[in-house]
Design a protein around this ligand. Sequence first.
Ligand code: ADP
Length: 312
Amino acid sequence: MISAEGITKSYGNVRAVDNISFAIREGEITGLLGPNGAGKTTTLRMLTCYLKPDSGSIKVGNYNTEENPLEIKKIIGYLPESAPLYGDMLVYDYLNYIAEIRGLEDKGRIRETGKLCGINDVMHKNISELSKGYKQRVGLAHAMIHDPDILILDEPTSGLDPNQIIEIRNLIKEIGRKKTVILSTHILSEVEATCDRIIIINKGTIVADDRTEHLQKDKVNESRLSIKVSGTDHDTLRRELSSIKGITSIEEKEDHKLISLSLSYPGSMDLRPDIFKLISSRGWIMYEMKPEHISLENIFRELTAGGDNEKH
Ligand code: ADP
């Protein structure tokens, strides 16, 4: 659906995007994840034809951004990070105005888009009276009024409160059922919650590109298990557990009443039966045994070490 080949973009001597290539498949929600200043907005602006790459090429559908920017703008809807909305207009008038600019004749499209974005109840309110969450919905309706196949959203939940974030994420997922969506974010949980696929970008280059669940599995290749036991002491438990083949680390966790440990072993193994058998054979009591979710947080930190790219 979209393919970028070796695109590069500099501002003066700052190389914001450095020779990146990727392909976005139809019908996926792809997250472009990276710290501030990583080059996300610059990449999205190139995809949407608002910026020209210094080198490299981008194809969107059957079109090339260099040769057919107008055709591409017809099939893409773009929600910039701070969507410029006219505060003193009614929501309906604003969308009507956007529809006219787009040359859309079918006024029914305004209500249809309004329904999808959940704003039909506020159509006759002034945009300035709306909450941030609702303003963002109006921004989304703006981006979708022409029913584009591809939706590109730059930090769609930035500045929203936790409830609004959940609402917008759900809305994006709903929209993603029918459309190809690319969203940028510096918040990891955002992609974990919303995206089928993640492209991690750092200092203008791609450091990971995979399906969300693969990224977790491949990069982590480790299982972690949390156990809570009573009837013995830390040292004995540790010593006995280290006799189980495969355990690579045993960490103590804070617990006032029980012995609480976090055990690691290779992702290809399942040591739960061995651990359970050992503990019951000693007459100790297992209060809890649960897999620990190895969050993408660790992977993200590792891949984007060096932190905020704004300072480079
Ligand atoms: P992100 O969206 O990941 O935060 P950006 O694409 O906005 O990253 O920025 C990438 C780099 O390019 C940063 O170092 C930023 O300071 C720089 N940059 C972005 N826009 C401009 C601009 N208009 N002029 C000069 N430098 C810019």
